[in-house]
Design a protein around this ligand. Structure first.
Ligand code: SAM
Length: 261
């Protein structure tokens, strides 16, 4: 069997079993990452690797863990969060009584907890629903646990660290106030239906892995999931080219607003 056929069969089988469509991720990057993983376990072909994955849940979990990178941080790119805190969220709170917020591809939870801290500081945590989703159930469990190493708190402002974290045997535990404010759910951005009427969708550092076609569809789905005037906040290498084709206008660097009317 040729190498391409071997890899394409693996993609097809994974899609049939899990609904994860690897063909919607950038191919060279994905192939490199999965080849390294397969070779680490000593399988010479994807056919053999697939058979092993089918019989071993921990290999499947490892695959899910590695197919994209799960790295996250609190306040990743701090000055963008400052803009959200000082400008966009206060504007939204003036316009509506309740806010509906979604952290999409939230990994281990640093991003939705950052959102919850900011909402809490604005006195708006009780007026907001915050949903956080990821494809990978292992990272979601870690997110729900809310225990972090000191280094991932690097950019948390000291006063917030004091207020929202409890040191716990070398780790930092997120306060229950923040934990109780977030609903964590498993969801595949490339396959599952989206909820709607969001005021804010934060989706950062996952679209870089997707093909242009997949991104194109995703921007359409995000636009439809936002209420008119709602904002999409993307990662720092994820600018949308010609946002108007999706009904977006640029609101600030890495923020796109769904055009009203
Ligand atoms: C690099 S992390 C981004 C974490 C966080 N948003 C941030 O910027 O710090 C990428 C996350 O995307 C998730 N992911 C990959 N493909 C996905 C998909 N199709 N649907 C939902 N989440 C996905 C991965 O499981 C991983 O947790």
């Amino acid at each position: 069997m040729s190498e391409d056929l071997d890899f394409n069969l693996f993609i097809q089988r994974m899609k049939d079993k899990t609904n994860i469509d690897l063909s919607q991720y950038k191919e060279a990057q994905m192939k490199r990452r999965l080849t390294t993983l397969r070779q680490k376990h000593g399988y010479n072909t994807f056919e053999l690797y697939w058979r092993a994955i089918e019989q071993n849940r921990s290999l499947m979990n490892e695959f899910l863990d590695r197919m994209t990178i799960n790295v996250s941080e609190f306040w990743r790119n701090p000055n963008r969060w400052e803009v959200l805190q000082s400008r966009f969220l206060p504007e939204m709170l003036q316009r509506s009584e309740r806010l509906k917020v979604w952290s999409a591809a939230c990994s281990t939870g640093e991003e939705p907890y950052t959102i919850a801290m900011i909402l809490s500081e604005l006195g708006a945590l009780g007026k907001a629903s915050v949903t956080a989703t990821d494809l990978d159930t292992v990272v979601l469990e870690k997110a729900k646990e809310g225990q972090y190493l000191e280094r991932s708190l690097r950019d948390v402002p000291p006063a917030y660290r004091q207020k929202y974290f409890q040191p716990d045997e070398g780790m930092y535990a997120v306060s229950d106030k923040l934990k109780n404010a977030i609903q964590f759910k498993q969801q595949n951005l490339l396959h599952d239906a989206f909820d709607h009427s969001f005021d804010l969708i934060v989706c950062r550092n996952v679209m870089i892995y997707f093909t242009e076609e997949a991104k194109h569809l995703l921007y359409q789905k995000f636009a439809a999931a936002l209420r008119p005037g709602g904002l999409l906040f993307v990662g720092s290498t994820e600018q949308i080219f010609s946002p108007s084709q999706y009904g977006f206008e640029s609101a600030d660097t890495f923020f796109y607003r769904r055009i009203e009317g």
